[in-house]
Design a protein around this ligand. Structure first.
Ligand code: FAD
Length: 391
């Protein structure tokens, strides 16, 4: 019996949904993405693309396109919040290539997203915009869409609809709002030219590095983007957003006041910010299973394993989900194998993503956000040792 071409419907054209579409289309199957937005795009500025992602993107022939619009960081510096003293330096070049075979990249999210959209379209993936999924019929399987009389039908439906996932709630059969972590993030970009002209800041942009300032209950991450022309800053601090508001424009004075006692270099950097918004950082609770017992529906990405971004692995894990699904679809010959495919998918992916979600929370509470005292002093001592034996 020959191989049957299956039709897969993916809800959500984020980085995870697009990666799954590419993986499954490369395996020779038909893919349709249903995206609620009227046009494609990504929110936010920078994203770190670690070697576990660049390895997949290289296999798909996309690494050179990505590298053209990325910056490769030389070093990863962990700094003290008080004076910016470097506590630990991990060389990223040539460490990542030598150890993992693939580079670590910094890229603008819009560029990353566009490269995946272009590849999906080149592979024949259909992307239907203005297609908001309101519910799933797991038996058929089918997706009910807002303002459409007819449901969307396919052999397998994948919910890749992000943190506030309609698909997750449909699978659970109840409301399951994202879980508060107690942290929020300000996201800011500063033109690198302004930093080059500043006596305290020129050093930060002379060489592409990743800088982390770690302090009580907060940390700040900075790195270059866009050929070195833009400095991307993520500022994590305790969540003070009003209840039910997950994102809002933020007051620059309030942001600067939070860091009044921090490293003068960092304070000078934050004073260059002209506009910012703050975002509540949320996790999803671990699910018992990502798939429906019919074997015709599953979840991926933030819809089932949203994580704090402290390991820079949220999108990387969503892309891995897509790559694993694509690999399994290469093996499948008929729709009746779909339940086994989903069993293997979960067995491979769930333990790994759980480790990432737990590891990210651990990193925030136990390492990045320590208050001054014996634990912080022990951390700083161990970081110096870690520098000699990284990863
Ligand atoms: P999303 O990107 O949320 O995409 C979901 C898509 O589904 C969207 O297009 C949405 O419009 C669509 N959708 C939603 N509901 C519906 C519906 N009902 N019907 C149809 N379509 C729908 N990760 C990294 O790997 N590296 C980093 O450096 C990094 N930094 C981060 C920094 C911050 C401050 C934050 C908050 C996150 C960071 N992440 C990082 C995590 C990363 O952004 C996410 O994990 C990743 O974007 C999740 O991708 P996704 O495709 O699963 O979901």
């Amino acid at each position: 019996m020959g191989k049957t071409q299956l039709h897969v419907g993916i809800i959500g054209a984020g980085l995870g949904g697009l990666a799954a579409a590419i993986g499954i289309a490369r395996a020779g199957h038909k893919v349709t993405i249903l995206e609620q937005a009227p046009q494609l795009g990504e929110v936010g500025a920078g994203i770190q693309v670690p070697p576990n992602s660049t390895r997949i993107l290289a296999r798909w022939g996309l690494l050179s396109a990505l590298e053209k619009v990325s910056v490769r960081p030389n070093n990863f510096h962990l700094r003290s919040y008080k004076d910016g003293k470097i506590l630990s330096t991990q060389p990223m070049i040539p460490y990542c290539e030598e150890t993992y075979g693939y580079p670590y990249l910094h890229i603008h999210r819009a560029d990353y997203h566009q490269i995946l959209v272009d590849e999906a379209v080149r592979l024949g993936v259909a992307i239907q915009l203005d297609s908001f999924a309101t519910g799933i019929d797991f038996e058929r399987p089918a997706v009910h869409l807002r303002n459409r009389a007819e449901p969307f039908l396919a052999d397998l439906i994948i919910g890749a609809d992000g943190l506030k996932s309609v698909c997750r709630e449909a699978l659970l059969g109840r409301s399951d709002p994202p879980h508060l972590t107690g942290d929020l993030a300000y996201r800011v970009t500063v033109p690198a030219d302004l930093m080059k002209a500043h006596p305290l800041l020129a050093e930060l942009v002379a060489v592409p590095n990743i800088n982390y300032w770690m302090g009580p209950d907060s940390h700040v991450v900075g790195y270059l983007l866009k050929g070195g022309n833009l400095y991307n800053i993520v500022i994590v601090s305790p969540d003070n957003l009003p209840e039910l508001v997950n994102q809002q424009k933020a007051d620059l004075k309030e942001m600067n006041d939070l860091f009044a006692n921090w490293d003068p270099q960092l304070r000078a950097l934050l004073l260059l910010c002209t506009d910012t918004s703050k975002w509540r950082l949320q996790n999803s609770r671990e699910m018992i299973s990502w798939s429906h017992p019919t074997g015709r529906f599953t979840l991926l990405g933030d819809a089932c394993h949203a994580t704090l971004p402290y390991l820079a692995q949220g999108a990387a894990q969503a892309v891995e989900d897509g790559a694993v699904l694509g690999h399994l679809f290469e093996k499948i010959e008929h729709a009746h194998q779909l339940p086994d495919l989903l069993t293997i998918y979960e067995a491979v992916r769930k333990p790994r993503t759980t480790r990432v979600v737990q590891g990210s929370s651990h990193l925030g509470q136990k390492i990045f956000h320590l208050h001054d005292g014996p634990r912080q002093m022990e951390r700083d001592r161990q970081l110096v040792d870690f520098q000699h034996d990284p990863f």
